[in-house]
Design a protein around this ligand. Structure first.
Ligand code: SF4
Ligand code: SF4
Length: 193
């Protein structure tokens, strides 16, 4: 077949020399390159960090661990509509919806709430689409936290026990940034009213 360009190069399979057939020169050449880089790296400034003991500062646009937010009076915002799960390209979110019962108005903001809500952090690509899809401002990706290292895969499935933000205003955060004492006090007063 005629080539479309004139760049075709005809290659001829030459018989291998004795040195090539022994592979030893190629092995020694490869080893010398490895050793050169090894000793050069030892004298240079270290570019890796000893994670998790050491951590690099987060970028201002970092998206990390999810948090399920409460409203200003401490009720869970999530209404288990499932939009975050539908938007998730990694299918990392699963939930079970339930009906709020009489007397639970102080716990859940809407009539429907998430009985269970799980994010599989091993599937998640931290794109933030769940955050954008949420109509209730209930799920956020924190800019300063990521899933700590674990040995078991199960431990990367985060349920409501680890996702819902604490009731205590002093322990709450705005998009992962700790509330100031003044903000926490103002929130406590609103809850007490
Ligand atoms: S951050 Fe992206 S991948 Fe992770 S749960 Fe949300 S939508 Fe899915
Ligand atoms: S986090 Fe938001 S989008 Fe996801 S189920 Fe709850 S209310 Fe719906």
């Amino acid at each position: 077949m005629q080539s479309l360009s004139n760049r075709a190069k005809k290659l001829e399979a030459k018989p291998m020399t004795l040195a090539e057939r022994a592979y030893l020169p190629a092995i020694f050449q490869g080893l010398s390159i490895t050793m050169r880089h090894f000793f050069r790296a030892a004298t240079k400034k270290q570019v890796t960090v000893r994670y998790p003991e050491e951590q690099r500062p987060f970028s201002p646009i970092f998206r990390g661990l999810h948090v399920l937010k409460r409203d200003e009076v401490g009720r869970e915002r999530c209404t288990a509509c499932g939009l975050c799960a539908v938007a998730c390209p990694a299918e990392a979110i699963t939930m079970v919806a339930g009906e709020r019962k009489k007397g639970e108005e102080g716990l859940y903001r809407e009539e429907k709430y998430a009985v269970s809500y799980e994010v599989n952090m091993l599937r998640c690509i931290f794109c933030g689409l769940c955050e954008e899809a949420c109509p209730k401002a209930a799920v956020y990706l924190q800019p300063d936290k990521m899933a700590p290292p674990r040995f078991e895969r199960d431990e990367f499935i985060y349920g409501k026990d680890r996702l819902v933000e604490p009731v205590d205003p002093a322990a709450r955060s705005i998009r992962g940034i700790q509330l100031t004492p003044e903000q926490a006090q103002a929130l406590s007063q609103r809850i007490a009213q």
